[in-house]
Design a protein around this ligand. Structure first.
Ligand code: ATP
Ligand code: MG
Length: 436
């Protein structure tokens, strides 16, 4: 490794010590006779002071540097009340590791608002900004906290195929791919494979994967390639057991991030801490009636809540101190694998988790009875023959089970309080974007 320290470790109490730092030329401020170079690395910034009277050669070289060049500087740590963070560095040597051209395709050091398209076009440069990179450190910690919870609770981390002969939900939003001489599809959801694994006695599983949906929504919460955190577990009593898992793992994830990504949360100026009280669980019909009586809003589709509805419900519960809540019992039309509950006042054992006014996960109890599942498929106009590979797993005994799929990008978007889901994804894919 190249010998260097992070700027965040160069603190005023080390005044007098010799250190080496490496990173980018964030900015060069020429005050005539004295030049301040702001060096930026992955963990912060450090001011380096070049004086003509100290070293004329170094002084000349620093003035020739372009912003964003990669450099390594050795020098002495000096406490200084005027310097940011009360510390600066007086250099002995300056090594240019890699030059940068001018002009820059977009600004990193100056506070210039670039629109999201420009930012995504120049993503490598955009990601150099600490507040942009903070989103991805936060994302990494949210996932680490979540997977740690599942590992602790005895869940097995699995990988299911992304290439399939048929989609879990079928429909127009599948991406076809040429698979040798056949047509295949990119996975919409690992739903069917998760259930097959319940039939194979995996008991409790999670998968951190991808889902692909050719949805042409152009909204701030839909993309074509989705980060998915999928969960499935057996021997549940009902969907409440699944919601418990969803809630507890989300709490663990946010707690872990609060502990291990405090710097990122500060940079992003957000505080995702959840109240101790359990998330409210309201029925679909309750949700509809809150919307109607409190906001005079009736979602167009009688079987769903629309974006505006979710947002309004989010405000309603936020005011009561609940950033997250479940809506339970959606009408069960499209989902043959969900369980019907005869005589229940809820139409199905399906739920959505709404966090900060946006659906971030959907789940429920699944149908585990082979005969009823066949019947549901036929009612839904799904040809059981093309799902043999799935149905076989039910014919020889299947424990009651349920699970959910959590959109990782939406979770990060909401925790980091980002306007657009694309900001939560390194290289987002949507109908208009296939590069970088
Ligand atoms: P929506 O109604 O908001 O379009 P959905 O109900 O179609 O979402 P599900 O099939 O329930 O989505 O997928 C589970 C989760 O995956 C969602 O709760 C969401 O977090 C995420 N998700 C689904 N589709 C997308 C998408 N196109 N872009 C980003 N995330 C998505
Ligand atoms: Mg959903």
């Amino acid at each position: 490794m190249i010998e260097r320290e992070y700027t965040s470790d160069v603190t005023a109490d080390r005044s007098g010590e010799q250190v080496a730092v490496a990173g980018r030329v964030h900015d060069v401020r020429d005050l005539g006779g004295i030049v301040f170079l702001i060096l930026r690395d992955a963990r912060g910034e450090l001011q380096v002071v070049f004086k003509e009277e100290d070293d004329a050669d170094l002084f000349e070289r620093v003035q020739e540097l372009n912003r964003e060049a990669v450099v390594r500087i050795e020098g002495e740590v000096t406490a200084s009340d005027q310097a940011p963070g009360g510390v600066e560095m007086v250099p002995d040597s300056l090594e240019v590791i890699s030059e940068s051209t001018t002009p820059l395709p977009m600004e990193v050091s100056k506070d210039v608002d670039a629109n999201l398209d420009t930012r995504l076009d120049q993503r490598f440069m955009d990601l150099r900004k600490p507040e942009v990179r903070a989103v991805f450190s936060l994302r990494s910690k949210l996932l680490a906290g979540m997977t740690a919870w599942f590992d602790e609770e005895g869940f097995t981390n699995v990988d299911t195929p992304l290439l399939s002969q048929a989609g879990a939900e079928g429909g127009a939003d599948l991406f076809p791919v040429l698979y040798y001489d056949k047509e295949a599809f990119l996975s919409q959801s690992p739903q069917l494979y998760k259930q097959i694994l319940m039939g194979a006695d995996f008991d409790r599983i999670y998968e951190v994967g991808k889902a692909f949906r050719a949805e042409d929504f152009g909204t701030s919460r839909h993309v074509s390639e989705i980060g998915m955190f999928d969960v499935e577990l057996s021997y549940i009593e009902d969907h409440d057991d699944v919601m418990d898992v969803q809630e507890d793992s989300l709490r663990a994830s946010i707690e872990y991030a609060t502990e291990h990504a405090q710097r990122e949360l500060d940079v992003l100026e957000v505080d995702p801490e959840l109240p101790d009280e359990r998330f409210p669980r309201i029925s679909f019909s309750e949700a509809r009636s809150i919307l109607e009586t409190e906001y005079d809003h009736v979602p167009e589709d009688a079987d769903d809540l629309d974006t505006k509805g979710e947002k309004l419900l989010g405000e309603y519960f936020e005011e009561q101190g609940h950033p997250a809540f479940f809506v339970v019992g959606f009408p069960n039309e499209k989902f043959y694998y969900m369980q019907d509950v005869p005589g229940d006042d809820i139409a199905s054992r399906k739920f959505d988790l709404i966090y900060r006014g946006q659906e971030i996960s959907s789940g429920g109890q699944r149908e585990h009875d082979y005969e009823r599942l066949l019947q549901r498929m036929e009612e839904d106009g799904v040809d059981p023959e093309s799902f043999d590979f799935y149905l076989d797993a039910f014919e020889y005994g299947m424990p009651p089970h349920g699970g959910y799929g959590l959109g990782i990008d939406r979770l990060v978007q909401k925790v980091a309080d980002l306007d657009n889901i694309r900001e939560a994804i390194l290289f987002p894919r949507d109908p208009e974007r296939l590069t970088p």
